[in-house]
Ligand binder design. Sequence first.
Ligand code: SF4
Ligand code: SF4
Ligand code: SF4
Length: 348
Amino acid sequence: MSISRRKFIGWFGAASGALLVSGKARASGKEFKGFPKSNGVLHDTALCVGCRTCESACNKENKLGKPDKPFTDLTVLKEKRRTTNDAYTVVNKFETKKGVLFAKKQCNHCLEPACASVCFVKAFKKDKTGAVTYDADVCVGCRYCMVACPFDVPTYEYDDPFTPEVKKCTLCKPRIDAGKLPACVEGCPKDALIFGERKKLLKIARKRIEKHPERYEDHIYGEKEMGGTSWLYLSPAKFEEIDMREDLGSKSTPELTHGALAVVPMVVGLWPAFLTGMYAMTKRRQKIALDEKNEAVKVATETTKATADEALKEALKKAESAKEKAIDSAVKKALEEAKKSEDTEEEE
Ligand code: SF4
Ligand code: SF4
Ligand code: SF4
């Protein structure tokens, strides 16, 4: 399969950093072989009915914001949607030559992720569970992961001026670590999602194709694309008909960038300086944010104290005045009683 020049250039810019972290490893013979027992999910689009239960389960699990329209509203399927900060997964509807199909989209948890290969602070890492994890604490906000991702998945919290993060599906790693299924897989009422060891999922997928050649395309999407992904797909229609790129080829981003970068050493030389500058800027921005936060707390504390002092003063004043009134009234009453008793004595 060929890769269009435009697409390659798009990755190339972002993927130059790949040489720094993984290209060098390849050049020195330390090729990453992946995690042989890593997991994945098989999405059989022939079984998917577009119910959006997986979307709802994902939002609940990840405590994401409420969608504009409820998950029970299937009219949203009319529009092609992509993942957002509040939707790590979306299901889209497609009219294909094989009829209407639904396909779920999320981070594919690539075996050799482009996002990880361009990230010079290593905020993205491929984990042995199969998940591509993201560490917001070290992320410098350069967003090269977004440019590099061939599946157009990661999103960014542009609205958060102080601590913006990149957002994407986590493969529910905390659930996997706890021996549970990813929330979307658990929620799917049609068994259109199967979680398990990637190798076993490939066997299941192959068997389904063999058993029902009339039902499926003879292609397991994700087996080879971009070096392989943890999410695998079966489809009755050609994958391009369900908006899945068939022009990616089987080479991972580190493989693609290695040869290209060998002829542009200058770019490689400049890259660390540029990214280090970005890192410093982000750290400075975070320091300013922290200083501003501390200042706001100081002002709020002082204001609260001043208000409390004023209220106390006012209360004391009122108490003093009430006390004086009480004394006056007691004196007046005593005088009246004394006068009354004087008058009584005189009458006697
Ligand atoms: S799909 Fe994109 S974000 Fe997910 S692991 Fe692959 S490159 Fe990274
Ligand atoms: S694996 Fe978890 S985070 Fe990813 S789409 Fe499914 S529920 Fe959402
Ligand atoms: S829950 Fe299952 S059947 Fe429903 S939309 Fe998601 S993948 Fe498809």
